[in-house]
Ligand binder design. Structure first.
Ligand code: PGA
Length: 230
C-alpha cells in the first residue's frame, strides 16, 4: 500500500520537522512493502531522516529563470527532491492550471525522472450525470500525459469528496478504479477524498486500490499513523 500525505497550505517548517520526527520513529512498525510519502508546503522542504519520501505539491517546469513566485529544478535538487504531485483539483480550480499547463509540467518532470503522483477527479455535477460521464471526464485528464511512464502513480480523487468529510462509497470507488485500471494496467492507483482512520480499512480492501492520498487526516501524526498501521 501507498500512503501519501498532502499537507496543502498547512504546517510550518517547524511543525513539519516535529511531525516527521514523530512519524519516522513509528514507521518501523509498518509493513516493509508499504510506502509513505509526505508533501509538505515548499517552505518546509529539507533533508529529513526516515522511511518516507518527501515530495513537493508543485514546481515550475524550468531549471531556473524568471518565474516570479515559482521554484524550479535547481531549488528541488538542493534538497534531493525527486517526487512531485501534479494535477491536483485545487490547482486546476483555484490556480487555473489547464490540462495543457499540467501536461507541460508532467513532460518536464518525467524528463527529469521524477516520481509523479498525478491526480484526476470529477466534480459533483459530472458524477450526477452518471458513470459514463465520469469516465469520459477522467480520461480527458490523461490528455497529454504519458500514462505508460514507469515512475507514475495516479490518484483518483472525486472533487466532491475532498475535504468534505464525505468519502466516495465503496461501490463508487470500486467501479471507478476497475475502469481506470483497464487503462492504467500496472500503474499504482490511489484513492483520495476524505480518507481517514474510520474508513481506511474499508477503502484498502477495495480491489484496484493501491493506496490513499490523504489531506486533512494526514495533518496529525497520530491519525496518519493509525491509517498506515491499520
Ligand atoms: P482530504 O484531501 O483527505 O482532506 O479530503 C485529499 C486531497 O486533496 O488530496
Amino acid at each position: 500500500m501507498i500512503y501519501a500525505g498532502n499537507f496543502k497550505s498547512n504546517h510550518t517548517r517547524k511543525s513539519t520537522e516535529y511531525y516527521l520526527k514523530a512519524l519516522a520513529q513509528k514507521l518501523g512498525a509498518k509493513q516493509a512493502e508499504d510506502k509513505v510519502y509526505i508533501f509538505p508546503p515548499l517552505t518546509a522542504i529539507d533533508h529529513y531522516e526516515g522511511d518516507f519520501t518527501l515530495g513537493v505539491q508543485n514546481a515550475y517546469p524550468t531549471h531556473h529563470g524568471a518565474f516570479t513566485g515559482e521554484i524550479g529544478l535547481e531549488q528541488l535538487d538542493e534538497f534531493d527532491i525527486k517526487t512531485i504531485l501534479l494535477g491536483h483539483s485545487e490547482r486546476r480550480e483555484h490556480l487555473g492550471e489547464s490540462q495543457a499547463d499540467i501536461s507541460k509540467k508532467f513532460a518536464f518532470f518525467q524528463d527529469q525522472d521524477f516520481e509523479i503522483v498525478y491526480c484526476i477527479g470529477e466534480p459533483l455535477a459530472i458524477r450526477e450525470k452518471g458513470f459514463e460521464a465520469v469516465m469520459q471526464y477522467l480520461l480527458a485528464q490523461f490528455e497529454g500525459i504519458d500514462i505508460g511512464y514507469e515512475n507514475l502513480i495516479v490518484a483518483y480523487e472525486p472533487i466532491w469528496a475532498i475535504g468534505t468529510g464525505r468519502s466516495a462509497t465503496v461501490e463508487e470507488i470500486s467501479s471507478t478504479h476497475r475502469a481506470l485500471k483497464k487503462v492504467l494496467k500496472h500503474t499504482p492507483l490511489l484513492y483520495g477524498g476524505s480518507a481517514k482512520p474510520s474508513n481506511i480499512k474499508e477503502i484498502k480492501n477495495i480491489a484496484g486500490v493501491d493506496g490513499v492520498l490523504v489531506g486533512s487526516a494526514s495533518l496529525e501524526t497520530e491519525s496518519f499513523l493509525e491509517m498506515i498501521l491499520s
